[in-house]
Each structure stands twice: as structure tokens, then as C-alpha cells.
Design a protein around this ligand. Structure first.
Ligand SMILES: [Zn+2]
Ligand SMILES: [Zn+2]
Length: 648
């Protein structure tokens, strides 16, 4: 008998040789039907593999990320089989599961495929799936594996196998198909009920542009047809909310080939939006005791050699800027931290002066390959809502709590209700990987966990995920379409205080090293606005909207009254415009709806005589006639509801 421990801690004593699927069945038939894959002692294995020793068994279903991974990995095998059958002689290379779906990179040789062939391939895949073929793992010697692919003339698999150690090589077989594979499959192909091949792209073998270009076929698959339909609908919606499309429609930002790729140009409405976000954070930061600082966009190369950023970014980033003087080199700044360290160093500090909290909307530049650039989410120049806190080790606890308060305030005011946090700690088995003394690390890690508990965060702890210079807390938000985005980060740093020789005088009159915290609730203004655009579909919270009210005149006769309403609203700091064009009211309403202006007020003879406005809300319609004062109150109440005062 062996002891199989399940995730809930319960132990099942079963005969050696029992399979994960049999364990599932002993729990319930329902579970057995839903099991997709399994892991034993943290190693993926087939649901049909006999268990021979005591261990920890996890059974995955479609609801688990691991389950989806096995599902899509198995689907990639089915895709490969379909391609081999439809295009004899193709050479398979690699085909992994990805975040959403899977792909396979294939060398089609003399043959080629186009989008119009995808349907035929999908049908073939479904035909294979319906055969309910079981996946079987099989070990192979290196010599046999090499021989197999050399006979096929598949130089890609040969290259892969040459990089593997003898004794570790396995194949996966299903139906008449076989592929080099490490394992982790569905019980059989029949679980795949819906398939969609999304696109075809070029991809270099091993991502190296000096290598041959292969054809990458992207796909996704589901256990139910209904789930595929929902996924495709979600993609449609995501397309509508693409921040690049909305940014253009709402005239927020643009890019120019002449200015340079990856360098966003903020148009007046976008700049105003960004300024409002910055002012919002500045006001909260002021209450939380931050001081604003400003640093230049470049710094001497030496600065970044000291900070270590040159070693990290130097070779693969923008190259040093030369001056007419020999030996003088500057770098575009990739990070604000070194500048802030030198600011800290501009005066001697005592423990009574700490914490020092320096905040800056600091623009930084990092080279990204042109293929990596994407709208506002991957750019070459961006502005971080950066701040660095310099404090004593004993102050970490309180500082962490206060930063979390600020981050939660930001998320709440912008309508991100669904978020999780990740605490990244050091790997205690590998103490040499980290800088800073053990006692301080323990203090910092405890401070992060205490703060996360105290604030009731929904968080996971990842051991071994800390940076070499300190533990951290990252926030992930889910947007309206259920997609996860990494946003704000709070990071402890023992490294830069060391490198910049930062000190303060303690109560013992000795010099000590301060601890540094890096934090950015938005992350970067560019990325944050992109995420906010996709989350809200451009319907920002009212307080953030570039234009909050459009005043639509029933005819040009009411221009004066429209203007009067505008002045009244502007006196109360409401952003409005008058649409007095000689167009029908229906057209004016439609256009205001299109540009996502949250409120429309219609003014005509009746309204002018009574001193009222007829109010419409974007996406909702008529709210009735009211006085201008009542309308102003309505707007101000809505703003107060979302953006509360930060208590600090
Ligand atoms: Zn496989
Ligand atoms: Zn920093």
C-alpha cells in the first residue's frame, strides 16, 4: 500500500500501481469525469500513470490553470497530427500551451498554408478528437530518439534531442501519432469538443532571426462548444476596447514614425486626462507625507554604473550619449532611483528625519525591440508614478501599510474592484543569492506579510520570487473582461543604499544604512491609462472624463442660453462644451454618445424660459428636466461617490 496525500490534507491508502484517475474515481464519478491532468510530488504526470510511492497528488480540472495547460498542450499534439495528415512531409518543431491556447511551429518545406486552410485543419482536429485516443508516454534512449528524427529528416527535433540528457527523453503517442514530449496530457483526445485556429504567423526557429522562418499556427480549444462561443464574444469585445483604437477615437494619444516608434505623443485630451490622474495621486501623496522632486532625463554613465543599471540595461538599451569632450558619456535614464539616492545623499540625516519620501512623475527610457512594442503597454519612453521611501528597518512595517493604503485608494477611485496581491519572498535554501543581512530580510518579509494581513489583502506568497535586492508585493487587477494585469508594485531594496553609501545617524549616534522602498501604484502612466481604457471601454469615471457634459442646443436660437449653462457649469469646475451646430438634435445626441461624453443636456425654448436643462446620461437615456443647480449637484455627488478623500 502507498499513502496518497490530497490537497485538503486527507490521505488515501491505495494499492501501489493505482492511477490518479482511479484515485479520482474513488472520490467521485463526477470528479473523474472532470479530471484533465494530475501532478504527483509537484511533477506533472498522466492520469493513467501508476503511482508507486507515497506522495502528494493534485488532480486538475478545467477550472485550474494547470488543467487548461494540459488541455491546450494535448490540443497542440492534435494540431500537429492534423498537420502531418493533411500536409505529409511537414517538419514539426515545438508546440507549447500558452496563456490562452497553444501554437505549433512547423516547417512546411515546399508547401504553405493560408488563413483559408484553417477551417479544414480544425475539422481534421475535431475528427481526431472524436476518436477518443488515449495519450501514452514512452521513454526512449537518446540514440533511438535521434535515429527516429534523423530518418524523418527533421533537423529541428534532432537539435532539441541533442540538447537533452540520455535517460530523460520521452515521447507521447496517441492514435498513429508520436511526438517528443515531457508529459502532462488529457486522459484522451475526446475531451476536446471545440477548436478554433486563430491565426498564422511567421516565427524564427528558436526565436533567432538568423535561423529559418517557420509557420506558427495559433489555436485554442475547449471542453464545450459554448465556452468557445463565449471566448470568441469576449475577443470581439476586447477588440472594441483595444486601447490603441479607443485612444485614436477619443483623440487621447498618437504615434509618429517621424518622432520614433514606441514614443507616445499625448494629445490635448490625453494630456489633460493624464494630468488629472497625476494631480489625483499628488494630492493623496501629499497627505501621506511624500515630497515631490524633479530629476533630469539623463545622467552620467557613472551614475548607472554605480547603481548597477548599466550592467543590467547597458548593452541591450539606448547607447550612451557623447559630448564634444572625450570620455564624457551620458545615458537616458532607465530608472529614477539613482537620482533619488543622490538627492538623499545631499544632506546628512538623523533617524529623527526619517522616513524621507521622494516622489516624482519620472520619465524613463528603455529600448524595446520594435516587434515588442505595443500601443501604450510596451513603449520606449514612459513616465513612472515613482517614489522612493528611505526609512529605518523599524519603520518598514508602518511604511508598508501606508503604501498599501495608497494603492487601495487608487484602485478604488478608478473602479478596479477585483485584484489580488503576490508577496515575493527569498528562497531560504539559497541565502547566497541575496544581498543584505538575514535579520533585515526577515524583518522586511515579516513587515510585508503583516501589512498585507492587516489590510485584509487577498494575497499569495511565492517563495524564491524575491529580487536579489529585496522582497516585494505586486498587485494584479482583473479588468471588466476578466483579464489580469500587473499594476502597482512595492519593493524593498537593500542594494542601492549599499551601492550609494546611504546613511543616517541612529539614536546610538552611529551611522546606519536606511532601507529603501520603491513603489508605483499606477506602474507607469502609459500602461495604466491603456489598462484603464480597456477596463472601462473609454467610459472613464466621471471625475476623470476629458469632457463631462455636452450642451446640445435644439437650434441655433438657443446659443446664448447654452453659453449661460456652460458658464454656470464651469463655475462649478465641470468640464463642458456647447454643440450649437445646425444639425438635428438626434444627430447631436448620437455623436455625443459616440464620443462617450457621460452627460448631455438639451436646451430649447422651454428650458430657457424656466432656467432648466433636459438631462440625458450616456448609455442610459433620459433623466428628466431639472434646474442647472440640481444638475450640478447630481454630477458632484457622482464624483464624490467614486473619489473619496484620502485619509493618509
Ligand atoms: Zn505532450
Ligand atoms: Zn526605484
Amino acid at each position: 500500500m502507498i499513502a496518497v496525500t490530497l490537497p485538503d490534507g486527507s490521505v488515501k491508502n491505495v494499492e501501489a500501481g493505482t492511477t490518479p484517475m482511479e484515485v479520482a474515481r474513488s472520490i467521485s464519478e463526477g470528479l473523474a469525469r472532470n479530471v484533465i491532468s494530475a501532478s504527483y510530488n509537484d511533477t506533472p504526470l498522466e492520469t493513467t500513470t501508476p503511482l508507486t510511492e507515497d506522495g502528494k497528488l493534485i488532480l486538475y480540472t478545467w477550472r485550474d490553470d494547470e488543467g487548461k495547460k494540459a488541455f491546450w498542450h494535448s490540443s497542440a499534439h492534435i494540431l500537429a497530427q492534423a498537420l502531418e495528415e493533411l500536409y505529409p512531409g511537414v517538419k514539426l518543431t515545438i508546440g507549447p500551451a500558452i496563456e490562452r491556447g497553444f501554437y505549433y511551429d512547423v516547417d512546411f518545406g515546399e508547401q504553405s498554408i493560408s488563413e483559408s486552410d484553417l477551417k479544414t485543419i480544425e475539422d481534421k482536429m475535431l475528427e481526431i478528437a472524436r476518436g477518443k485516443h488515449e495519450f501514452h508516454m514512452r521513454s526512449s534512449s537518446k540514440a533511438d530518439a535521434l535515429d527516429y528524427y534523423k530518418k524523418q529528416g527533421n533537423e529541428y527535433k534532432v537539435e532539441l534531442i541533442e540538447g537533452l540528457e540520455d535517460g530523460t527523453i520521452t515521447f507521447c503517442d496517441h492514435a498513429s501519432f508520436t511526438d517528443l514530449c515531457r508529459g502532462g496530457h488529457l486522459p484522451n483526445t475526446g475531451l476536446v469538443k471545440a477548436v478554433k485556429l486563430m491565426s498564422i504567423a511567421g516565427a524564427y526557429w528558436r526565436g533567432d532571426e538568423n535561423n529559418k522562418q517557420l509557420t506558427r499556427v495559433y489555436g485554442i480549444s475547449f471542453p464545450k462548444q459554448k465556452e468557445l462561443k463565449e471566448y470568441l464574444a469576449l475577443l470581439e469585445e476586447a477588440k472594441k476596447r483595444d486601447h490603441r483604437k479607443l485612444g485614436k477615437e477619443l483623440s487621447l494619444f498618437t504615434f509618429s514614425q517621424k518622432v520614433g516608434q514606441g514614443l507616445p505623443l499625448w494629445l490635448p485630451k490625453g494630456a489633460a486626462l493624464r494630468e488629472r490622474l497625476e494631480n489625483f495621486l499628488k494630492a493623496a501623496q501629499k497627505k501621506a507625507g511624500y515630497e515631490m522632486v524633479i530629476s533630469p532625463h539623463i545622467g552620467q554613465k557613472e551614475l548607472y554604473v554605480t547603481s548597477g543599471h548599466y550592467a543590467k540595461y547597458g548593452a541591450d538599451s539606448f547607447q550612451p550619449i557623447k559630448t564634444p569632450n572625450e570620455d564624457e558619456e551620458f545615458l537616458l535614464k532607465p530608472m529614477n532611483c539613482p537620482h533619488h539616492c543622490e538627492m538623499y545623499n545631499s544632506a546628512p540625516w538623523s533617524y529623527k528625519d526619517l522616513p524621507k519620501r521622494y516622489a516624482e512623475f519620472g520619465t524613463v527610457y528603455r529600448y524595446e525591440q520594435s516587434g515588442e512594442l505595443h500601443g501604450l503597454t510596451r513603449v520606449r519612453g514612459f513616465t513612472q508614478d515613482d517614489a522612493h521611501i528611505f526609512c529605518t528597518p523599524d519603520q518598514l512595517d508602518a511604511e508598508f501599510k501606508s503604501v498599501i493604503d495608497l494603492v487601495l485608494y487608487v484602485f478604488g477611485s478608478l473602479g478596479f474592484e477585483d485584484f489580488t496581491a503576490q508577496v515575493s519572498l527569498r528562497d531560504p535554501e539559497n541565502p547566497d543569492k541575496y544581498i543584505g543581512d538575514l535579520e533585515n530580510w526577515e524583518k522586511a518579509e515579516q513587515a510585508i506579510i503583516n501589512a498585507a494581513d492587516d489590510k485584509g489583502l487577498n494575497y499569495v506568497v511565492e517563495t524564491g520570487e524575491a529580487a536579489f535586492y529585496g522582497p516585494k508585493l505586486d498587485f494584479m487587477v482583473k479588468d471588466a473582461l476578466g483579464r489580469s494585469w500587473q499594476l502597482g508594485t512595492i519593493q524593498v531594496d537593500y542594494n542601492l543604499p549599499e551601492r550609494f553609501d546611504l546613511t543616517y545617524k541612529g539614536s546610538d549616534n552611529e551611522l546606519h544604512r536606511p532601507v529603501m522602498i520603491h513603489r508605483a501604484p499606477f506602474g507607469s502612466m502609459e500602461r495604466f491609462i491603456a489598462i484603464l481604457l480597456e477596463h472601462t471601454g473609454g467610459n472613464f469615471p466621471l471625475w476623470l472624463m476629458p469632457e463631462q457634459v455636452s450642451i446640445l442646443t435644439l437650434s441655433e436660437k438657443y446659443e446664448n442660453y447654452g453659453q449661460k449653462v456652460l458658464n454656470l457649469l464651469e463655475n462649478d469646475e465641470i468640464r463642458a462644451l456647447v454643440d450649437n451646430r445646425n444639425e438635428t438634435i438626434g444627430k447631436k445626441i448620437r455623436e455625443a454618445e459616440m464620443s462617450k461624453i457621460p452627460y448631455m443636456v438639451i436646451v430649447g425654448e422651454q428650458e430657457e424660459n424656466d432656467g432648466t436643462v433636459a438631462v440625458r446620461k450616456h448609455g442610459q437615456g433620459d433623466l428628466g428636466v431639472m434646474s442647472v443647480e440640481a444638475f450640478t449637484d447630481l454630477l458632484q455627488n457622482e464624483i464624490k461617490e467614486t473619489i473619496k478623500d484620502f485619509k493618509g
